[in-house]
Ligand binder design. Structure first.
Ligand SMILES: Nc1ncnc2[nH]cnc12
Length: 207
């Protein structure tokens, strides 16, 4: 019984004035991320993040906010509320009964296994078609989810004027988004992690 349990490591990040200590969670033995579960951080954080994102995107004069399920939903709600808008559009991941005929976009994600897709309810198309759209999400890492969301909104005739996330994570999203990376605003950045010489997680340089 002389083995110590591995000490739980955290990463501190200042999200536009709101301090978070995120748990560092291994994905493989050599790779970890600091996990931000926005739905576990309380309504004050959600409200803060929505207000700060709204402040950054307001100059783009968005007419509608779009958020991919699952964790983009609270971000879309709070950003919409803070902008003084009412309606927002959710891009679903699983085919709800009423979405049998939805517009569909395939994607791959690092935090969820297998091939996924985003779905836009055809009933929601008039909310984005010909309108100034900002897509929001909790975190952009690979960029797969955000890219699929941007593509889907454009296929529905939306004019994507911006994208906003609470956190950018590492740099892979830059390649995935290409020129659309220039549309992105964020409140803070987190690196990714690899084991250091003593076995503790250390930020991967340049990430
Ligand atoms: N660090 C992170 N926290 C929450 N969701 C994520 N998706 C990708 N990276 C993430």
């Amino acid at each position: 019984m002389d083995e110590q349990p591995a000490r739980r490591q955290t990463w501190s990040v200042d999200v536009a004035g709101f301090a978070l200590d995120l748990p560092i969670v291994p994905i493989t033995p050599d790779f970890a991320i600091s996990l931000m579960m926005v739905i576990d951080l309380g309504v004050r954080f959600g409200e803060h993040a929505g207000r700060e994102l709204a402040r950054k995107i307001a100059p783009l004069e968005p007419e509608i906010i779009v958020g991919p399920a699952t964790l983009g939903i609270p971000v879309a709600i709070e950003t919409t509320r803070s902008l003084g808008l009412d309606q927002y559009v959710v891009l679903q991941k699983s085919p709800k009964l009423h979405l049998a005929d939805a517009l569909e976009q395939k994607l791959t994600s690092i935090t969820s296994k297998g091939e996924q897709r985003l779905l836009l309810d055809r009933e929601a198309i008039p909310l984005v078609a010909g309108r100034r759209v900002v897509v929001v999400d909790d975190v952009v890492a690979s960029g797969g989810s955000l890219k699929a969301a941007l593509d889907l909104v454009r296929r529905a005739g939306g004019n994507v004027v911006g994208a906003g996330v609470i956190l950018t994570e590492a740099q892979d999203w830059r390649t995935m988004l290409g020129p659309d990376a220039g549309l992105l605003v964020s409140l803070a950045h987190i690196p990714q992690f690899a084991p250091g010489p003593d076995g503790a997680w250390e930020p991967i340089p340049g990430s």
